[in-house]
Structures are given as structure tokens and as C-alpha cells.
Design a protein. Structure first.
Length: 357
């Protein structure tokens, strides 16, 4: 794993959570006799890979996903992000590497064991809703439980619970054709949650929706996560969506992961020109927190308090309405002062953003 792929050492998520899913040197190569490219010692015939005979869809991807985090994989079309997600679940067979789910090596499990893992521990939502048109909402949502062999009464009771959770109670008897696009996607989300998965894979689930509905679904997604605290791998090509949802983001290009970090880390310290270009149009005040901009405390004449984890954007009214030269105390979750934020630092941040635009 390269330095740009490793989680930050000061990442509290990394320190406090267990690893739920780990990918180690995962490759997906399309072409003839792919197995011959990978030696038993883990080395790769790079010259052959670069010969133009093969398509390198995923190249040497290594990362960990921590329990309870939203891990977003993003990149442009053709970057390999969806292929990588399918490799994690072995919907596509990786060409090489290890995929560990709760320490179980998915590359070594049998087909029947893999089917059971997908049925009981993995939830999946894709861009295309794939609802069964001849089944109503209740029966679509209950489908995974039916596949598990759960009786009608129990599965319908569970289906009704998740239908209510996603805000579709009252529409249990509707058919997909009677629902809007956003409502259909809610059915897909409810169906994936019905089996109470340990990890949730979402592949551009909102990209087919109109912008307003997409924003509403992002809000709904975050509401669900605040209730359920799922471990989530989320695929998107939209950086604004990524920074809104992610605990950490992995950026892919040409099949390779080129940087992993929090939204703040990617904006403040892009590893390559490619990452910098991705972040260029994002308003810094939307991404950066008070903690990222604070300085050491050298006085106690504060005019107010701002939460350290809060995005600067959410604090602009109080900061900009303060007098020139004002300084705010930055507090952690326990209400302790961990730094100081000067009004002029925020003004300068906004001025820089305006000049770049």
C-alpha cells in the first residue's frame, strides 16, 4: 500500500473502529491467460500488463473499510470504481489479491458460502433499481427474506419495518410503475436493508435521479445512517456527493487508487494534480472544519464558540457578523477548548475561493 492509500494516522475512525473489510493488492485484468501474469510470490509481470494486450480494470488496490464508516470510492467513468466494488463481493472474480470480510478470506470461500454471505451479511443497491414489476412494494422488499426461507408472516413484518424506515409506509401495495423514481430507489434501499446486512454496497444509487430528488435521497441516506450506523462502501463520480456523505474518500484513476483521505485531507493536501483538479471547484467553507483552520490558543478573550468538527459554512453567520479581529474558541465534543479561530482566517478562506472561481 502506498503512502497515499494509507489511512491517516490521526484518523479517529481508524483508531477506534475495527476493520470490517480489507482489500489487499486486488487486481482485475481482462484478457487471455491472465493468471500467468501473477506469480505465487505476489509479483506481477508489469511489462506484459503494459503491452496493450490486457485491460487493467483494477490495479493493485489496497485499503481498509472500518466498521460504521461511509467509505466512498469515486472517479470518472471508466476509472474502475464499479469493477472494484463488484470484486469486493465477487460478483466479478478478481484476478489477484486478498479480500477479507471480518477476517474471512472471500477469495477462499466456496460458492455456497459466498451465496450465504450475500444473502445474510451483504446489502447491495445499484443505479438501476431492478424492482420486479409484477410485485408490489411489500413483496419486493420482502424478497431477500423469501430467498432465505423465512415464513410469510415474519418476512412481511420485517419488510413493513424497513418500508416505514425509508418513508414509504402507506405505499406497501403500490407497484413500481405507480411510484416516482425517488420512491422506487427507496424500495431498492429498503429491500437491501431487509436482511439486516453487516455491510452495505451502493453503486451510484442516486445518479439516475433528477438533481432535486437526488439531494432528497442523499438527505434520506444520511438520516438512515444516523439511525443504523452501517458499514458502507459507496460508489459515485460526483465529488460534491462524496464530500457530503463520506467519512473517507478513495479517488481512482485508470484502475488505481491514487489517494485516500477525509474530504478535508483531499482538499488541503491533494497527492496529485488529478486530485487537485477534482477538488478545485468545491467551496472550501463547505469542506473545511473549524478544527482544520484553528491555531493554538494564546488568549482567552473569545467572542464566541464554534464546534471543531463543524464545517465553516455552517458557522459563517456568527463569524462574519463579528467585529474585525474577533477570535472564536474552538471546542471539541466534550466542550473543551482545543484551539482558536480568527475571523480573518475565515474571511481569507472565502476570498481565496472567490479568486479561484
Amino acid at each position: 500500500m502506498s503512502d497515499t492509500q494509507a489511512p491517516a494516522a490521526d484518523d479517529p475512525q481508524a483508531r477506534q473502529s475495527e476493520i470490517k473489510l480489507s482489500c489487499k493488492h486486488v487486481w482485475k485484468v481482462f484478457g487471455d491467460d491472465v493468471a500467468a501474469l501473477f506469480a505465487s510470490d505476489g509479483s506481477v509481470d508489469q511489462a506484459a500488463l503494459d503491452s496493450g494486450t490486457y485491460i487493467n480494470a483494477v490495479r493493485d488496490a489496497s485499503f481498509d473499510v472500518y466498521e460504521g464508516e461511509i467509505f466512498v470510492i469515486m472517479g470518472l467513468s471508466g476509472s474502475g470504481k464499479s469493477t472494484l466494488l463488484r470484486c469486493m463481493t465477487r460478483l466479478i472474480e478478481p484476478s489477484a489479491g486478498e479480500i477479507l470480510f471480518e477476517t474471512q478470506d472471500l477469495m477462499r470461500v466456496s460458492e455456497s458460502e459466498l451465496i450465504e454471505l450475500r444473502r445474510h451479511k451483504m446489502g447491495m443497491v445499484f443505479q438501476h433499481f431492478a424492482l420486479l414489476p409484477n410485485r408490489n412494494v411489500l413483496d419486493n422488499v420482502a424478497l431477500p427474506l423469501e430467498v432465505q426461507g423465512i415464513g410469510r408472516v415474519a418476512r412481511e413484518q420485517r419488510a413493513l419495518e424497513v418500508i416505514k424506515l425509508v418513508g414509504l409506509d402507506g405505499r406497501e401495495r403500490y407497484y413500481p410503475r405507480e411510484l416516482s423514481g425517488g420512491q422506487q430507489q427507496r424500495v431498492g434501499i429498503a429491500r437491501s436493508l431487509a436482511a439486516e446486512p453487516d455491510i452495505w454496497f451502493l453503486d451510484e444509487p442516486f445518479s439516475a435521479l433528477d438533481p432535486l430528488i437526488r439531494r432528497e435521497m442523499q438527505d434520506e441516506f444520511m438520516r438512515l445512517q444516523n439511525v443504523l450506523h452501517k458499514t458502507i462502501v459507496f460508489i459515485t463520480h460526483d465529488f460534491e456527493e462524496a464530500i457530503r456523505l463520506a467519512d473517507r474518500i478513495a479517488i481512482m484513476k485508470d484502475g488505481a487508487i491514487i489517494q485516500i483521505g477525509t474530504p478535508e485531507q483531499l482538499v488541503l493536501n491533494p497527492a496529485t494534480d488529478y486530485v487537485e483538479e477534482f477538488t478545485r471547484g468545491i467551496p472550501r467553507a463547505k469542506v473545511l472544519s473549524a478544527q482544520a483552520l484553528m491555531r493554538a490558543v494564546d488568549a482567552d478573550d473569545f467572542v464566541g464558540v464554534v464546534p471543531g468538527a463543524a464545517a465553516i459554512e455552517t458557522q459563517l453567520d456568527s463569524i462574519l457578523n463579528a467585529d474585525r479581529g474577533s477570535v472564536f474558541a474552538v471546542h471539541n465534543e466534550r466542550g473543551e477548548t482545543i484551539g482558536a479561530l480568527a475571523r480573518e482566517v475565515v474571511v481569507d478562506l472565502l476570498s481565496q475561493a472567490q479568486r479561484k472561481s
